[in-house]
Design a protein around this ligand. Structure first.
Ligand SMILES: Cc1cc2nc3c(=O)[nH]c(=O)nc-3n(C[C@H](O)[C@H](O)[C@H](O)COP(=O)(O)OP(=O)(O)OC[C@H]3O[C@@H](n4cnc5c(N)ncnc54)[C@H](O)[C@@H]3O)c2cc1C
Ligand code: SF4
Length: 489
């Protein structure tokens, strides 16, 4: 049986055909020289890789070297590898004579099935349509020929503002315990930092699973104690509770520790056994079977140049305070809290990513490609494939709407409704002009004014564009925001 080369995001048992299959694992230091990673992300990747090497023991050759090329030269035998997760890595393995590239694993729908589905459709490829296809194709949450409960989506029931009292009545995600391998990783990273490799963010206890055992245990805890509350408060943000009922499983899926179909089936079982309501279960299934796979597939299905789309002509570079996660310089309470979460955990949930970070970057006209790199390196679950769709397609509207019907841009009123941030902020979400003007509210109008000729006219934008024409102080707002520019708000 040929040796299976596992990349550092292919670490679970579902990347092997047999339990005793020979394995190659490579730890490349050059990757950490190429990018400035969040310290906790670097820790998680190394910890997961070294834990897998320790689990496999003699079954694996584990090469620690500078580059993949150097490591491979030490292994003089033919290899197989599952389809890697970035275009750059795919090109690299395809260029190697001794390596056979196998179909991708770690996603629910295969690349071939997605391509067949997408080829058969005319017009845009929306997530909702793909999700229906995937539900039917894999027979998930189906009753006969129709969706369980008679509806494909319960999304409209999943938009409640945060509960009163500052937290949800669910236990926080179960945290892993660090061990000797983590201690060794921490010491190595300290040494690498002294040698000149740059990291950002704060070090901290490892909060995300590094083994399949830890990931399964977090999944079980989520299904048992937290799934019932998933959905309803999915869009809410609380300064006192970063996790709410989110699963905190993205890094485990993306490292390949956890098979996403196991999570989908586990959630469906909870519904069938009447342990969790359908709206919560459907909401979770939509994220994993729907969104995650859709983002993966569009990365490969759309042309390569999609990643560099910049149809709104956003030309500003990310400012240093943003790159360095310098939250002390930020007064805007929502942005300060979310950036602090990135600095201290390398993770915040979906709405802070989309409606605080992404929204702010969009309003300020920052380059989408730099933002892809920023999310990739600052988040524990960040990878090129997942950020192309989420940043270029979703949050920055840089392709003018291949995935979404309108830009995800919003003023302070949205953040005020969906969070507890505005009460304690020095700005006022209702003000767009003057010393108290909320930078999100003012930034929203300035963005619309600056992009009204670029954003395609459509029914979902019509109301906002009409309101824009009625603002008597628009020129002053635009001028105020031009002066604010990319300074910390
Ligand atoms: C600007 C931006 C950047 C993002 N960056 C990443 C990233 O680097 N890595 C990443 O995995 N997700 C990313 N997402 C998607 C989503 O925000 C995270 O998957 C989610 O917040 C992770 O937390 P969780 O595991 O608690 O998710 P939950 O809310 O519990 O959702 C369950 C799972 O669904 C999947 N999922 C849900 N939405 C998406 C989505 N849009 N794309 C891909 N998977 C999804 C994830 O695997 C997640 O674990 C990003 C979204 C935006 C708008
Ligand atoms: S007032 Fe504006 S800047 Fe302050 S927390 Fe609310 S949305 Fe954020």
């Amino acid at each position: 049986m040929p040796r299976r080369w596992l990349f550092a995001d292919q670490l679970g048992p579902h990347f092997l055909d047999e339990r005793k299959q020979p394995v190659l694992l490579v730890e490349s230091k050059a990757v950490f020289r190429r990018h400035v990673f969040h310290r906790q992300k670097a820790h998680l990747i190394l910890s997961a890789l070294r834990h897998r090497a320790a689990e496999l023991g003699d079954q694996a050759i584990f090469v620690r070297g500078e580059t993949y090329g150097q490591a491979l030269r030490q292994v003089g035998e033919p290899l197989e590898v599952c389809h890697p997760t970035s275009r750059r890595a795919l090109e690299f393995v395809r260029g190697l004579d001794t390596v056979t590239v196998l179909p991708a694993r770690g996603y629910v729908t295969s690349l071939a099935d997605f391509a067949d589905w997408a080829d058969s459709r005319r017009g845009t490829l929306r997530m909702e349509a793909f999700y229906r296809f995937a539900r039917e194709h894999h027979r998930v949450l189906m009753d006969g020929r129709g969706p369980a409960g008679g509806r494909w989506s319960f999304d409209t029931e999943n938009r409640d503002p945060p509960p009163k009292g500052g937290r949800l009545d669910v236990p926080a995600p179960a945290m892993p315990a660090e061990d000797d391998i983590d201690a060794e990783v921490r010491a190595d990273l300290d040494r690498w930092a002294r040698e000149g490799i740059r990291f950002t963010g704060r070090d901290g206890p490892r909060r995300f699973p590094a083994t399949t055992g830890e990931a399964r245990s977090r999944l079980r805890h989520f299904l048992r104690h937290r799934l019932t509350a998933f959905g309803r408060y999915e869009d809410a943000m609380l300064s006192t509770d970063p996790w709410l009922a989110h699963s905190a499983l993205s890094s485990s899926f993306n490292l390949g520790l956890l098979d996403p179909m196991a999570a989908v089936r586990g959630a469906e079982r909870a519904y069938r056994r009447q342990e969790a309501p359908l709206a919560a279960v459907e909401g979770f299934v939509r994220q994993v079977l729907g969104w995650r796979d859709y983002i993966w597939h569009t990365y490969w299905y759309f042309e390569r140049g999609w990643r560099d789309s910049n149809e709104l002509g956003a030309r500003r570079s990310l400012p240093d305070w943003w790159r360095d996660l310098d939250t002390e310089s930020v007064d805007a309470r929502c942005l300060r809290d979310v950036l602090t979460g990135v600095r201290d955990r390398g993770w915040v949930h979906h709405i802070p990513r989309l409606m605080v970070l992404g929204n702010y970057a969009l309003q300020r006209g920052w380059r989408p490609s730099e933002l892809v790199e920023w999310f990739h390196t600052r988040f524990v679950d960040g990878y090129d494939w997942v950020l192309t769709g989420n940043v270029v397609g979703m949050s920055q509207y840089a392709d003018l709407g291949r995935m979404t019907t309108k830009p995800y841009v919003a003023g302070g009123a949205y953040i005020n409704r969906m969070s507890d941030y505005c009460g304690g902020c020095r700005y006022d979400p209702r003000q767009r002009l003057g010393a108290d003007a909320c930078p999100f509210t003012a930034g929203y109008w300035a963005f619309l004014a600056g992009n009204r000729d670029r954003i395609p006219a459509n029914a979902r934008m019509a109301r906002a564009m009409r309101q824009l024409t009625l603002l008597g102080d628009l020129d002053a707002v635009v001028d105020q925001e031009r002066r604010r520019g990319s300074d910390p708000p």
